[in-house]
Design a protein around this ligand. Structure first.
Ligand code: NAD
Length: 491
């Protein structure tokens, strides 16, 4: 029998109180890797209580001492960098290089959170009236939790975790049940090397039941969610109805606009990396390319070439440029959407369906796909595909292109390819998306910027990473103090 994963609660590995387990498989080889417990509401409740009990002492630990644990965390993540990256590839299917890339960003977030003693400093105004001062101080909110999606098993938790604990909160991680092994490894390292006080960090596996318990438990004060829009909306409404702070990042349908004056060679390379990198399973993957005027012919031919020549295979094999999608259900869904695009009138410049990779016949592969003449009003131009499919839409002017993309439901990322400064400024100003790329295909913010998102790509106010995370994981207290001169004494 394969390993049944344990939860990490109060500094100990404990068997889940679950009756239902889900198989975790390598999406390239179909090898059974482990079994993850699913119905873990009891465990989530226990984790919440333990985290609440640990909070007063952790909160009272000076910030300068709290971040010493983050220095150690950075060190263990670096010391085990390739091993963690390998686990990501094995359970998630992306290439080893892509897995290393996500761990770079995870570590960068730990580094930024080491600045918390300064970042969570408050403000003071002396003499707002004679002998009266006013202070604003930041205090941690209490027990916080995060719920992660499958596509970045290592990175996304780190948009939240280091900031939350450095600010003095205690924390519970609920990894994606599709890719639980990366966090399992990271928590093993935390357990072995950090010597954190028990209860500061918990990990509880599971699915909906576990999430619902987190959303309902009264001691949990703040929840960070990343995943699909329907679940983000649900988490946001149930969590806020229960009086919690919630930040919920949702899905996307990211457009890139290609103007006729763009550097076509560079544009095509960047667009292909954006659309087909991580098999299109990035929340910042290009899913739509809108060509303007004469850009169409050159771009369409070049992107079709790039798609057809991408080396697809097992992410641990050296020459591979694109791995699997997460599972067979996802591959089937993506192939169904390709068919729907064709039914709506598109033509396939490259059709990636029915992929079979020698040596990995049981893998969930979909090859890069390029659909041309996509109907802008059709389903395929609006729905998140979350696979290696780029839909091409053509318009005549930049105004038409911006109006088209702004008509979409999502607002995670929008990119423009041009050599015109004027067009770039106009686009930056008018495009309705939280992350903008100018001659960039994956406009992912460094850890010292917040990871933005608009419209149905985000529910809440404060985003993950950096200054937004510090605001999210702290609450302000304003103090007005009177110390009149008449009370002065000589000592
Ligand atoms: P998902 O919504 O299926 O799952 C995300 C998390 O929610 C998982 O931990 C899962 O266990 C939990 N969950 C799933 N269904 C639930 C339900 N009914 N009730 C309560 N909890 C539930 O998302 P996914 O398939 O793991 O990830 C892919 C999605 O995430 C895509 O839509 C992608 O765009 C999005 N994403 C967004 C960002 C961003 O920054 N905006 C980043 C990464 C991924």
């Amino acid at each position: 029998m394969s390993e049944q994963l344990l939860n990490y609660i109060n500094g100990e590995w404990v068997a889940a109180n679950a009756t239902e387990f889900l198989d975790v498989k390598n999406p390239a080889t179909a090898e059974l890797l482990a079994q993850v417990p699913m119905d873990t509401a009891v465990d989530m409740n226990r984790a919440a209580e333990v985290a609440a009990a640990a909070f007063p002492a952790w909160r009272a630990t000076p910030a300068g001492e709290r971040i010493q644990y983050l220095f150690k965390l950075k060190q263990v993540l670096e010391d085990n960098f390739d091993e963690i990256a390998k686990i990501i590839t094995v359970e998630c299917g992306k290439t080893f290089k892509e897995s290393q890339g996500e761990m770079v960003r995870a570590i960068e977030n730990v580094e930024v959170a080491c600045g918390i003693p300064k970042m969570m400093q408050g403000d003071i105004s002396e003499d707002i009236a004679r002998g009266i001062d006013e202070l604003m101080i930041r205090q941690p909110v209490g027990v916080c939790g995060c719920i992660a999606p499958f596509n970045f098993p290592g990175m996304i938790t780190f948009w939240f975790l280091p900031y939350a604990i450095a600010c003095g909160n205690t924390f519970i991680v609920k990894p994606s049940e599709k890719v639980p092994l990366t966090m399992q490894k990271i928590f093993q390292l935390v357990d072995e090397h950090l010597n954190l006080p028990p209860g500061v960090l918990q990990m509880v596996h599971g699915g909906k039941e576990s999430v619902d318990a987190m959303l309902d438990h009264p001691v949990i004060r703040a929840i960070s969610f990343v995943g699909s829009t329907s679940v983000a909306r649900y988490v946001y409404s149930r969590g806020t109805a229960n009086g919690k702070r919630v930040q919920a990042q949702g899905g996307a349908k990211n457009p890139i606009i290609v103007l006729p004056d763009a550097d076509m060679e560079m544009t095509t390379k960047i667009a292909a990396d954006s659309a087909f990198g991580c098999a299109g399973q990035r929340c910042l993957a290009a899913s739509l390319a809108v060509t303007v005027g004469e850009a169409r012919d050159t771009f369409n031919e070049a992107i079709a070439d790039a798609a057809a020549n991408r080396v697809v295979g097992y992410g641990l094999d050296q020459a591979v440029q694109m791995g699997t999608v997460i599972n067979h259900a996802s591959a089937n869904r993506i192939e169904g959407l390709i068919q729907q695009g064709l039914d709506e009138g598109a033509s396939a410049l490259v059709d990636g369906r029915g992929a079979s990779i020698s040596g990995y016949e049981n893998g969930s592969f979909v090859r890069p796909t390029v659909l041309a003449d996509v109907n802008p009003a059709g389903e395929i131009a609006r729905t998140e595909i979350f696979g290696p499919v780029l839909s091409l839409v053509h318009v005549n002017t930049i105004d038409e292109a911006i109006a088209f993309i702004n008509g979409g439901q999502y607002g995670n990322m929008a990119c423009l390819f041009t050599t015109s400064g004027f067009a770039a400024r106009k686009f930056r100003y008018e495009a309705e998306a939280g992350n903008i790329g100018i001659n960039i295909g994956v406009a992912a913010p460094m850890a010292y910027f917040p990871f933005s998102g608009w419209k149905d790509s985000f529910f809440g106010t404060l985003h993950g990473q950096s200054s937004h995370a510090v605001e999210f994981f702290t609450q302000t207290k304003v103090v007005v103090e009177r110390w009149p001169k008449e009370w002065s004494r000589q000592f």
